[in-house]
Design a protein around this ligand. Structure first.
Ligand code: BGC
Length: 449
């Protein structure tokens, strides 16, 4: 029997969720409304009129969930805090019952040998901050974010040391403030929108600084989902084209963070619509991170194009899917190339894959099992690609699958099932899918089956 490991012994395995998508208890124990609790009232905001009122009810069923995680063998669980559960109005007096829930969740995880990885902002802004200040349009909101991070980190009293400040800048800024498909559902001008982008960068920077000050051994990153690029060939000119494309296309987010300023290509393209940057902003924004959290799903192909002005050509999404039953763009190479390009550009100390996964219409078979064979095929291919990156010396130290549970997939509602664990939304029963068993073996052996 072959016992060679594909991943090192100390590799961190786990999965991820976010508060609005799994917690439920939307108005319980003093929790204030978030922008998603408001947005979901919009007629067509969420498919099938879904709401986060109950979701997976992790708020009440967390012990059951942690027991499943322990059985799979997770080292880590990434979850986000509902800011308005802790500060119902976003600021002011802390809600003791709200913070108590997160203390209990952390304690339960720790008692079961699972490290909490906390995300402070996964898109569910307290509604009061939206109504009073226009949410992230204002620097007030950034200040209140830093206060919330500081007070919460203190209140958690060392239970957690791995943190993500914010999740996916594009998701919360562009989809919420530009194309309106996520809360708060706005369609701002270019200038206003660029300012929101900048304010979110600043929120990351201020959150990071506060965590450094309060939690001495904190490990901090953001969980970012940049636009990834795969070169058509592994030759120096195509790889170089992919790097340049990556740097420029992500100029307003990841490049700005990693390089401490907006690249010229972004500033030139935006002209008078570029954001207002205050003194000291980039010192905070570009403070070194302990690892880089990457949410990786798919990317674009790029080639060296000497005839074009930018000297590269980006091809549209490769939508050809070997998994036609799933709504997924199947591009396993993106893990390898995404991490390699970032590593060559900026040499992060560590990379943690903070999300990766697919959705499907998984349903239990007659024998009650959920045979999600597409997720297994997906995992095999993406993990091979991750293993290749590690063999090439790229410092990937952990992988957190999206998601632990089927959950509320934002505007797509409950139809798209992303979990390793099936959720019956009527009874709230959980059934670990075949992929959970695959994952358990992966963790036990360090090998891709
Ligand atoms: C987000 C998750 C989301 C997942 C699947 C990421 O963009 O962080 O909240 O459910 O992708 O679409």
């Amino acid at each position: 029997m072959n016992t060679r490991r594909d991943f090192p012994e100390n590799f961190i395995w786990g999965s991820a969720t976010s508060s609005y998508q799994v917690e439920g208890a939307a108005f319980e124990d003093g929790k204030g409304p978030s922008i998603w609790n408001e947005f979901e009232k919009g007629h067509t905001a969420i498919m099938d009129n879904g709401t986060g009122d109950v979701a997976c009810d992790q708020y009440h069923l967390y012990k059951r969930d942690v027991a499943i995680m322990r059985d799979i063998g997770f080292d880590a669980y990434r979850f986000s805090l509902a800011w308005s559960r802790i500060f119902p109005e976003g600021t002011g007096k802390m809600n003791p019952k709200g913070i108590d829930y997160y203390k209990r969740l952390c304690d339960e995880l720790l008692a079961n040998g699972i490290e909490p990885y906390i995300t402070f902002y996964h898109w569910d802004l307290p509604l009061a901050l939206q109504q009073k200040y226009g949410g992230w349009q204002s620097r007030e909101c950034v200040k209140y974010f830093a206060d919330y991070v500081a007070e919460t980190a203190k209140a958690l009293e060392g239970r957690c040391k791995n943190f993500f400040t914010v999740n996916e800048l594009l998701g919360c800024v562009d989809q919420g403030y530009l194309n309106g498909i996520c809360a708060p559902g706005l369609r701002l001008s270019k200038k206003e929108h660029n300012q929101v982008r900048h304010n979110m960068l600043l929120a990351h920077g201020m959150g990071l600084q506060v965590l450094r000050d309060i939690v001495p051994d904190a490990r901090v990153s953001l969980a970012e989902n940049p636009v990834f690029f795969t070169p058509v060939l592994d030759t120096p000119e195509h790889v170089d084209a992919a790097k340049r494309a990556f740097r420029e296309v992500n100029g307003h987010f990841l490049t700005a963070i990693m390089e401490g300023g907006y690249p010229d290509s972004y500033l030139e393209a935006e002209g008078a619509d570029a954001p207002i940057v205050q003194d000291g902003d980039f010192k905070l924004i570009s403070a070194p991170m302990d690892f880089l959290g990457l949410n990786i799903y798919y990317g674009k192909l790029v080639r060296y194009a000497p005839e074009s002005e930018k000297k590269y050509e980006i091809f549209n999404f490769d939508t050809s899917s070997e998994l036609p039953e799933c709504s997924v763009i199947f591009q396993p190479a993106v893990i390898y190339w995404g991490c390699r390009i970032i590593n060559e550009l900026w040499k992060p100390k560590e990379i943690i894959i903070s999300e990766n996964g697919l959705s499907n219409m998984d349903l239990p078979a007659a024998d009650g099992e959920v045979y999600d064979i597409f997720r297994i095929k997906y995992l095999r291919s993406y993990l091979e690609s991750m293993s290749r990156a590690i063999r090439d010396g790229i410092p990937i130290t952990g992988y957190l699958h999206w998601s632990f549970l089927d959950n509320l997939e934002w505007g797509s509602g409950y139809r798209r099932r992303f979990g390793l664990t099936f959720v019956n939304y009527r009874t709230l029963e959980r059934i670990p899918k075949l992929s959970a068993k695959f994952f358990k073996e992966l963790i036990r052996t360090g090998r891709i089956a």
